[in-house]
Design a protein around this ligand. Sequence first.
Ligand code: ZN
Length: 160
Amino acid sequence: MQQGLSCKLAPHIMINPFTDEYFMKKALNEAEMAFEKGEIPVGAIVVVNNIVIARSHNLTELLNDVTAHAEMQSITAAANYLGGKYLKDCTLYVTLEPCQMCAGALYWSQISKIVYGARDEHRGYEKMGTKLHPKTTVVRGVLDDEAADLMKRFFAERRK
Ligand code: ZN
């Protein structure tokens, strides 16, 4: 039977919906929330076993705090959720390459994976020469055009 055959095949041709792009879209939603508040639009989420355990966006203006970057808040929220300070088996999705402060905090968290969108040519940790933890793998450039466009729109509106 044709139908029976396709049912048997279905599990093999199913596409995993939990891609890096899927989660980066959630981080971009956070960045848009920052944008609407007049904050530099950077968003971050932390995922473990395909579950989002932390979400945050930049709040440096609202909190009047240079440490209120999206990543810093997500690190704290994820550790609270997990009940432990190390972010083992966790992935951070962040729309912009982390700065050296956030890279330092991520180093201490021993996070398993970082996925970032747009590069920060001037203030990114790679340019600054900050090292991540040896246990951390990095994926770069996921939905980077979307993240970069949001930043460009933000600074263009500010100049008006
Ligand atoms: Zn930062």
